[in-house]
Design a protein around this ligand. Structure first.
Ligand code: FAD
Ligand code: SF4
Ligand code: SF4
Length: 474
């Protein structure tokens, strides 16, 4: 049986609006797709999911049209199903492991998860183990890592407060990923559910500025989890990057999403891009930037990527959507200069053509510039989407934390412990820019470690204060 195709907004219409592109399954479509699952006895798909959802079990409930039970099964492991169902790179995770993939198309696990998450109103309960007495926990950052850690702690009965720098919770889910891919009402709904579990979220508080890590422990928190993400954009380091209308993807998408630039003039956030836009990069961030620029009214949007289509890290589905909408792609090219118009604005970009050389440390073949192939392209704005680095504020203001070469907080990957006892970290701040589900997986691992840490601390009154123990990282 063929995989049930999900309906999408027509490309001609959707390139002019910010409404969600993918329309999700109807009930009959979801039940039909659920019917394809073989209910494997030893399901490999579960191993492909970083949070270990019992995939055949929830799919079996959809098949019976018992969607509350399907959602209850998912909630056992994942409190953000409507979000993950939309943005998880399923094709390289759970669906990559599905046995049906070997014979044709894997079961559409993500789309079924989205269906269950969107459809049902169901509130999970807390399973208090009396841990509340052992102390409260502070979580820094309300992105997928922090939210998941907080939720898992709350489910165990631990009192938890999230400190978030921005005025809303969600991290990249609200400031990065655009409305047409992940509607903000969906994020809000799933976060409200976490609050029902007893998680307290305090916004507009920047750890390292408004409060310090020392303040957190002085305020009586027994442990802290840092999930501050990778919000520091990388630049190319070429001439002209300081011209007007050169944006980092972070700034561009924050203006469009968080500051509601897409609703200008209703919201007072003009985003000036002109008619011809170049986007540099080949990941999800580049696809989101290009598609957002198109919807803001750009006539021509071209993605410039230094390798080939095969090496592009963007999700296949989002690349296909971008192509359908008319985004142009040029592969094996690399900017060498952004050229100004003499008034401070961008007039064009100089590129050079590449060939593929030997594999680099990421395992992908590295781009090598071909001499004498320089070319000028006339454009009016440039969006640089070549990667983000871990947010540096906390490690730079709390120097006891061990950090890696790229400024990431070093953690024990099995426990998410940092070198400072009582401080745990996970998500992009530890791994560098990664995925929603990997950040959630680390949030979960950290919560388990914190629960163990609290239990041990409770038993022994002489546990070391933060900052006094040896570095546990290798
Ligand atoms: P974040 O989501 O970055 O959250 C960190 C939070 O901490 C933020 O809310 C931030 O404001 C807050 N914070 C930072 N510093 C402080 C401080 N000092 N004090 C208090 N709070 C602080 N992944 C996918 O799986 N699929 C996708 O399709 C996808 N698309 C993406 C598109 C874009 C445009 C971007 C930028 C990323 C995308 N990703 C995608 C990656 C994914 O969003 C991230 O890997 C994930 O959000 C990381 O979660 P996190 O909780 O570690 O960090
Ligand atoms: Fe797959 Fe992501 Fe859902 Fe896990 S959370 S089952 S990886 S879509
Ligand atoms: Fe179903 Fe595929 Fe998982 Fe088997 S591997 S249980 S067919 S989703």
């Amino acid at each position: 049986m063929e995989r049930v195709k999900e309906k999408k907004q027509d490309p001609v219409l959707r390139r002019c609006n910010f409404q969600e592109v993918s329309l999700g399954y109807t009930e009959d479509e979801a039940v039909a797709e659920a019917g394809r699952c073989l209910q494997c006895k030893k399901p490999p798909c579960v191993k492909g999911c970083p949070v270990g959802i019992d995939i055949p079990a929830f799919i079996a409930e959809i098949r019976k049209r018992d969607h509350d039970s399907a959602l209850a099964k998912i909630y056992e492991k994942n409190m953000l199903p409507s979000i993950c169902g939309r943005v998880c790179p399923q094709e390289t995770q759970c669906e990559a492991a599905c046995v049906l993939g070997r014979r044709g198309s894997p079961v559409a696990i993500g789309k079924l998860e989205r269906f269950a998450g969107d459809r049902t109103v169901y509130t999970p309960g807390c399973s208090s183990h009396g841990l509340a007495k052992t102390g409260k926990v502070a979580v820094i950052g309300a992105g997928p890592a922090g939210l998941t850690c907080a939720c898992e702690l709350a489910k165990c009965g631990v009192r938890v407060t999230i400190y978030e720098a921005l005025h809303v919770a969600g991290g990249v889910l609200v400031y990065g990923i655009p409305e047409f891919r992940l509607p903000k009402r969906v994020v809000e709904r799933e976060i409200r559910l976490l609050e029902k579990l007893g998680v307290e979220i305090k916004t507009d508080i920047i750890a390292g500025r408004t409060i310090t890590i020392e303040d957190i422990f002085k305020a009586g928190y027994a442990a802290a989890f840092i999930g501050s993400g990778a919000g520091l954009p990388s630049f190319m380091g070429i001439p002209g990057e300081n011209l007007l209308r050169v944006y980092s993807a972070n700034e561009f998408l924050t203006r469009v999403n968080l500051m509601k630039g897409y609703l200008f003039p209703e919201y007072d956030t003009p985003v000036s891009i002109g008619a011809k836009v170049a986007v540099i990069g080949g990941g999800n961030v580049a696809m989101d930037s290009a598609r957002a620029a198109l919807r803001l009214g750009a006539k021509h949007v071209t993605v410039l990527y230094r390798r080939t289509e095969k090496e592009m890290p963007a999700r296949a589905e989002e690349y296909e959507n971008a192509r359908e909408e008319g985004i142009g792609f040029r592969f094996l090219v690399q900017p060498i200069e952004i050229v100004g118009d003499g008034q401070g604005y961008v007039r064009g970009i100089k590129i050079v053509h590449n060939r593929l050389g030997d594999p680099d440390e990421s395992g992908r073949r590295s781009p090598v510039a071909i001499e004498g192939t320089e070319e000028f392209i006339g454009i009016e704005s440039v969006i640089v989407a070549i990667g983000q680095n871990p947010s540096p504020l906390i490690p730079s203001t709390y120097k006891k934390l061990a950090t890696g070469r790229k400024g990431n907080i070093i953690v024990n990957k099995d426990t998410c412990e940092t070198n400072v006892p009582g401080i745990f970290a996970g998500g992009d701040v530890a791994t560098g820019a990664a995925t929603v589900i990997s950040a959630m997986g680390m949030g979960k691992t950290a919560a388990r470690s914190i629960v163990r840490y609290l239990a041990t601390k409770n038993q022994s009154s002489d546990s070391p204060p933060p900052g006094k123990a040896a570095d546990v990282n290798s």
